[in-house]
Design a protein around this ligand. Structure first.
Ligand code: ADP
Ligand code: ADP
Ligand code: MG
Length: 459
């Protein structure tokens, strides 16, 4: 078993990983930037070490600093969490070359799946359904127009190294292509250091359904069922559920089978998520694979009882999976709300600042993953997600009532958060409550949901 893990991340996911290690009796090293010197997550580690200034490029993205820290503290492994270096194939390779175990898939799997247009090509040849679109990168707006003409408008331009919804542009007619092409490429370059873009047909009102998979180094593959992540703002997930109950069990099994097919196509090991969009007739199409732990993994843990971080560490240690597919039992329904330090009444503008008073929910069926506390300073340097509230119930209905109750108990003063939006959605949206949603639902209903708050109703 691995003996000392360096956690190359911050905030709630660093806390999540450090806690798992502690329960497994594994020593840990937390790394932190100057802005996170006093952060709670660092105190969960056996020891912690500063790796540089606040800016991510100088700390959490600084490969040399992280590798030096790992070697200096004699770590035998690195867990990258999500974001930052988690899907950087070069980093995974450098970690391996330094004789350290990367807790994640091979650099090859990261490189293949991380380049989304390459991954789609591979899926096409592996028999996994994909959205109609370009076969690989599109070099010019002219080429994009020609392909769009064939598959029919509207289409999406996407960054091949994209993530977090960035670089995505919707194009409804040939006249819009030129400008969208330039701006998609520019955003891709700014966010990911690479301007490659590809084209996909825009499906109207699809749902986002993904499958959590685990694969060990002995050739065993299992799936942990589906998650529905259709509640999104600007292509970014805000609320996730498990399982995707709008699909029949048979339909969910078909998605899971294709997810495993996708994973096998790259000889995948460790935890990963295969993302699909599901059309109005419930047919599914691969959109990408995230080769890392995902933000929303706790909803799956809630319904399966499987500790995914623990499994990641066991797999990286060379152990076989501790259970077979038949032993995975699904129980009830789980919902996660992402609490972001953003002002929903002000275009979701990030709201850095000091948290004054804080009360987090607890009780039957409630889990909170966070690294915040009273007087915690939300800095402007990193992602605005500060906490995740996760609940489960015997069914979706009970989970909704439990989440309402959990949100009612939550109190955060000093900064604005996305809590009021979640509450309005869970309380007052008949479409959400009856599960009649799709990926564009929230964007189209946002002003209706926020209107009572605009009128001065305090939550
Ligand atoms: P998930 O499917 O896990 O919800 P997201 O796309 O929401 O994935 O990304 C998870 C986190 O990682 C977010 O905080 C996001 O800002 C960050 N992230 C995603 N992709 C990248 C990337 N390529 N580079 C840097 N950060 C990223
Ligand atoms: P990212 O890498 O930024 O996560 P994805 O390819 O996963 O990008 O797409 C992000 C979101 O955009 C999806 O969850 C879905 O809501 C929407 N989306 C992606 N592809 C399509 C499509 N072809 N048609 C309609 N919506 C799409
Ligand atoms: Mg995605």
């Amino acid at each position: 078993m691995l003996k000392r893990v360096l956690v190359a991340n911050r905030g709630e996911i660093a806390a999540r990983i450090l806690r798992a290690c502690r329960e497994m009796n594994i020593e840990t090293v937390a790394v932190f930037s100057e802005a996170d010197r006093d952060s709670f997550f660092t105190s969960l580690a056996t020891r912690s070490i500063c790796i540089g200034p606040a800016a991510a490029k100088d700390s959490y993205l600084n490969q040399n600093a992280i590798l030096s820290a790992a070697l200096y503290t004699h770590c035998d492994s690195i867990h990258p969490g999500y974001g930052f270096l988690s899907e950087n194939a070069e980093f995974a390779e450098r970690v391996a070359q330094a004789g350290i175990t990367f807790i994640g898939p091979s650099a090859h799997a990261i490189a293949t799946m991380g380049d989304k247009s390459t991954a789609i090509k591979l899926m096409r040849t592996s028999g996994v359904p994909v959205v109609p679109g370009s076969n690989g990168l599109v070099a010019t707006a002219e080429e994009a127009k020609a392909i769009a003409e064939e598959i029919g408008y509207p289409v999406l331009l996407k960054a091949t190294s994209g993530g977090g919804g960035r670089g995505i542009r919707k194009i409804s007619s040939p006249e819009e292509m030129e400008q969208a092409f330039v701006s998609s490429q520019a955003e891709a370059l700014a966010c990911f250091g690479q301007n490659g873009v590809y084209l996909e047909k825009l499906l109207l009102k699809p749902r986002h359904v993904e499958v959590q998979i685990l694969a060990d180094s002995h050739g065993s593959y299992v799936h942990l069922g589906t998650r529905d992540c259709s509640i999104q703002r600007n292509h970014q997930k805000l609320l996730e559920e498990a399982p995707a109950v709008f699909l029949s069990n048979e339909e969910q099994d078909r998605l899971a089978a294709d997810a495993l097919k996708a994973a096998r196509a790259v000889d995948y090991t460790n935890a990963g998520t295969v993302e699909f969009i599901v059309d109005e007739d419930n047919s599914h199409y691969f959109i990408e694979m995230n080769t890392r732990i995902q933000v929303e993994h706790p909803v799956t843990e809630k319904i399966t009882g499987i500790n995914i971080i623990r499994e990641q560490i066991r797999i990286a240690s060379g152990y076989p999976l501790s259970f077979s597919q038949d032993e995975v039992v699904f129980r009830g329904h789980a919902i996660e709300c992402r609490i972001n330090a953003e002002d929903p009444m002000n275009g979701f503008k990030p709201c850095p600042g000091a948290i004054e008073l804080l009360h987090l929910p607890s009780g039957f069926g409630v889990r909170v993953d966070t690294a915040i506390h009273p007087q915690y300073e939300v800095t402007p340097y990193y992602d605005s997600m500060i906490a995740k509230i996760i609940v489960s119930g015997r069914n979706r209905h009970e989970a909704i009532y439990r989440m309402r109750r959990a949100l009612e108990e939550t109190f955060i003063s000093g900064i604005k958060t996305t809590i009021p939006l979640h509450y309005m959605l869970l309380m007052y949206s008949p479409d959400f409550i009856s599960n009649q949603i799709d990926v564009s639902f929230l964007d189209s209903k946002l002003s209706d949901l926020l209107q009572p708050l605009d009128e001065g109703i305090e939550l």
